[in-house]
Ligand binder design. Structure first.
Ligand SMILES: [Zn+2]
Ligand SMILES: [Zn+2]
Length: 128
């Protein structure tokens, strides 16, 4: 009997924790310097791929990572396309201080190709 109470208490605590963390954000957030890169919660990319993409989007370079494998040279890339949001904090000196950008990011599942296309930019006030 004691054991059953213990297990149900454990399950209750576990489900409480789970719902709290699910409520906090509806995506996967990677923080790079003063930016939050937000991926869809059901993103097809692995966490490791998301980190590479986040680095690429927040870096100054705009060159696509173009290392074509032989298969891609012959048949073209096998694209994965998703929307990624980037919130950069305290970009401007006056309100609204922060910047929200939305990108279409395409990657190739066969090689290291990553390309981002800026869809929209909007200033937001989220920092005091
Ligand atoms: Zn490719
Ligand atoms: Zn902010």
């Amino acid at each position: 009997m004691k054991k059953i109470i213990f297990i149900s208490a454990f399950l209750m605590i576990f489900s409480m924790c789970f719902s709290v963390s699910a409520m906090e954000s509806d995506g996967i957030v990677i923080n790079i310097e003063n930016a939050n890169v937000i991926f869809d919660a059901n993103s097809q990319w692995t966490f490791q791929e998301q980190q590479v993409i986040a680095q690429k989007i927040t870096s100054e370079e705009n060159e696509p990572f173009a290392t074509y494998g032989l298969t891609c040279t012959l048949f073209g890339h096998k694209y994965t396309l998703e929307t990624v949001q980037v919130i950069t904090h305290n970009v401007y000196g006056e309100e609204p201080k922060c910047l929200k950008e939305v990108y279409n990011v395409s990657t190739c599942s066969r090689c290291d190709y990553i390309e981002e296309e800026l869809l929209s930019t909007v200033r937001i006030s989220c920092c005091p």
